[in-house]
Design a protein around this ligand. Structure first.
Ligand code: GLN
Length: 313
């Protein structure tokens, strides 16, 4: 009998991962958030999960890491669910920047001075200010609960070590937030908005958690394993589009050509991606390239996508 697709992937995956390992030595672990520099440089892991709940895993897929910018996809969705499209897009744009994820450059250069998109830090900080709740902790806990629901893992928690480390050293993000406040883009207390932002960046997951969240996006907002609709289809469509155009920062065009799947990366080395209607995928590889994406993680996704002919383009 011919193996099913997931069985075939299970057979090939260790070899594909092995072939991506040499990339690890070319990357660097992020150190600008001091706590992140403790991540295992040579780690590489992946989990793929299909709509039947069958998974294929390889490497260090059980390691825990913080979501960092991957959380931006889900805070955008929650802000859309809280406020609707018009309110959100009056504060943040829809275009890629071509600049680094933490750049402030265009906030001053281009009018109106709203962030270009919700996947860069300026945009995500703005989105954090739109999450409903009476206090920073209520807002943060709503985000955490949303991610617990999407991952099917009620045990997801903040990594408080990483949270404090970023909160103590995040001067660039602070500058961005104050600049946005000055321009009337951010309303409310700047430190409180940053608390919400740093907290959702510090939510700890493993590759299986990311794969399950990604599977919900792959299935247009309905968790195929429970049948529950967790996100309105339209907001998934918006999130998927941003992942395609801006999810890998200023390497999103290259990723679209080399891998061809909507994706979002974080400086912890995580990547969340999916094959529409079919697979949710979580990857970890803490050694980053100069654009802030996992070096080996991108290489591994490129191999799998080519072997399986998964590009959506
Ligand atoms: N918390 C990180 C920051 O704001 C997230 C950035 C990222 O993952 N690219 O710098």
């Amino acid at each position: 009998m011919r193996p099913t697709e997931i069985e075939a992937i299970r057979q090939q995956l260790p070899g594909w991962l092995e072939a991506s390992l040499p990339c690890v030595s070319r990357g660097k672990v992020a150190a600008y958030i001091p706590e992140l520099s403790k991540a295992p440089h040579a780690a590489l892991g992946i989990t793929l999960l299909n709509t039947m709940g069958e998974s294929a895993t390889a490497g260090d897929c059980g390691l825990r890491f913080t979501m960092q910018s991957i959380s931006k996809v889900f805070t955008l969705i929650l802000a859309l669910m809280d406020n609707g499209e018009d309110a959100v897009f009056s504060k943040v744009g829809m275009e890629p920047t071509g600049d680094n994820f933490n750049s402030m450059l265009k906030l001053e250069l281009v009018r109106p001075g709203i962030p270009f998109n919700p996947m860069i830090n300026a945009g995500a900080i703005t989105v954090s200010s739109l999450i409903h709740g009476d206090s920073p902790s209520e807002k943060s806990d709503r985000i955490l609960q949303f991610l617990q629901e999407l991952s099917g893992n009620a045990g997801l928690e903040y990594d408080l070590g990483v949270y404090r480390s970023e909160s103590e050293t995040g001067n660039l993000n602070r500058s961005i937030a104050f600049f946005l406040k000055e321009n009337g883009v951010l309303s409310g207390n700047v430190e409180e908005v940053l608390e919400v932002y740093f907290r959702h960046c510090s939510i700890a997951v493993n590759c299986a958690d990311l794969a399950r969240m990604a599977l919900v996006l792959a299935c247009s907002g309905t968790d195929p394993l429970t049948g529950n609709t967790l996100i309105p289809r339209r907001y998934v469509q918006i999130a998927r589009t941003f992942m395609t155009t801006c999810g890998m920062y200023n390497a999103s065009g290259e990723f679209a050509i080399q891998v061809g799947l909507p994706a979002k990366s974080g400086v912890s080395g995580g990547i969340l991606t999916f094959v529409p209607g079919r697979y949710g995928i979580g990857v970890l590889g803490p050694a980053l390239n100069d654009k802030g994406n996992s070096y080996a993680g991108v290489h591994l996704l490129q191999t799998i996508s080519r072997e399986m002919n998964w590009s959506i383009f």
